[in-house]
Design a protein around this ligand. Sequence first.
Ligand code: C2E
Ligand code: MG
Ligand code: MG
Length: 582
Amino acid sequence: MSKAGRRAEPEAAAGTDRFAQLVAFCPDAYLEVDGAGVVTEWNPRAEEVLGWPRHEVVGRGIGETVFPAELGSSPFVRTGSRAVDASGPDEAQSGGGVRREIELRHRAGHRIIAEGLLFATGPGADGGVGGFIYDMGEVAPPGELLSHSDLHDGLTGLPNRLLFGSRLADAVATAGGIPGAVAVVLLDLDRFKAINNSLGHETGDQVLTAVAERLRRAAGDGELLARFGGDEFLALFQSQDGLSGEKASDFIERARKGLSEPFELGGSEVFLDVSVGVALNTFGVDDPATLLSNAEAAMYQAKLRGGSSIEMFGESMRIEVIDRMTTEHSLHRALERSELMLHYQPVVEIEGVTTVGMEALVRWQHPDRGLVPPYRFIPVAEESGLIIPIGAWVLEEACHQLRDWHHQGQTGPRGSVEVNLSARQIDDPQIVRTVEEILTRTGLPPEHLTLEITESALMKDAASALLVLRALKNIGVLLAIDDFGTGYSSLSYLQRFPLDILKVDRMFVEDLGVSAEGEEIVSAVINLAHALGLKVVAEGVETTEQLDVLRSLHCDFAQGYLFSRPLPAAELIAAFGLQISA
Ligand code: C2E
Ligand code: MG
Ligand code: MG
């Protein structure tokens, strides 16, 4: 089409049959205006899609028909020395044409959002403009007018999610089931939240605008780039040869290169990385919603890798997504059907080798899958929000169990029960009240309950975690930092959190007796904890060698297979006849 555009010199347009023929049979709408904005060409397809017969438009100013003033300045008007309008790139001057989205008015009154290829039809400021109008992605019916702002993002001016969705639906429809004919690319900026928080929202907006501009350049004319929302951008590629994946990867390469240059903001330089997810249509996988969610799943996977990477949605990911979906689905009913249960693992005082507590660890007795370990479903529960009711159930069940053991006197543990709380539970505004109510209902004195929160959950939003921890501490429960050493603790926060116990992650305990370095790390952690007034639990103790080293390092408590695997309450008591010191 751009070839046809290059041939469209005004003289030729008037004179050659060949040009007239081309325009008459062109499957796209074609219109042309002279330097004064008066319509000189209007082909049959333009009559069809825009509703205006040729004789009604030719000879009239284009503003009187398809570009009424309310639509803003007409893209068919030359401004200054630029060939097309001010937003058109300079190639238009050389006759190469510029692709852009344009909005027109149908004769019936409704708006049409279309894509156009506009080009100068003659040299100089008073030459005309020709344009092919095609890809009528969005034809708003009368009464249901979609304005430009309904379909575009206010900040970056890019098409928004709605317009993208409609274009994607068209792309899928024209793909005719050819695998690889459609590619969806989802780009998500890494650590954008940090920029927003540290430099302010205004700067954040500037970054987004600048990113949009660089991505637009990387995409080039004719490719659809949209803002998905927040710091996420989408690009759509089509190829009837099934090569949209190649187009997508070329774009990603250009985009990452473009974004790798620092952004100059208020005198400082900001560096950005992106995580990219790509999804292609394949046999049977070609509805717009699935393609979008596949791109999201791939992007999410790229984030999990630590960001700054690209993931292509693949079969294994599909299985994972389906697995997550079914897990979430059946987890909903697991609570109602009482499929969740608790196992308990003793926490032993190293000095006197007495059990001082029990950690409650949740298990899912799945009707088909058997006993499902927490790592298989806790992340899904966290993501879906189900961790809130599940966590409350765990708390109540554990407190209840300990109360029962108390009532049974010397035969059961009288110490404390340790319950894990996830990050999502800490964020829950009801958490303090939930804990209070459970303690009241079960009649368990608060000092017998220890709540464990992983280091990474605490440090994710340390400032708000601090407030929650203080409120929990006020109830009288004990607090432990779990899996210590796997996250990145801010020492100043560690000091400010009202903690009682630090649990050294199994990873470090594993190294005891193996390497001197391992011992030094654990020793440093124990000393740090003691300096902060915390008791230390070593997790995952499996050998007597490890226990001996821990004893020599003055570690307070240990937990691990050496003493017992996590077991159901009844089995634990039967096997050990535990005597617990309060
Ligand atoms: P965690 O709180 O650090 O629990 C300790 C994990 O280490 C448990 O795994 C336990 O079975 C395992 N373990 C204990 N001793 C040994 C040992 O000597 N060797 C080895 N190799 N492993 C040992 P589990 O039960 O699979 O739980 C994994 C994680 O799932 C827990 O880590 C905790 O973060 C989470 N979790 C478990 N129950 C709950 C719950 O009710 N709520 C929440 N939010 N998370 C839970
Ligand atoms: Mg724990
Ligand atoms: Mg742990």
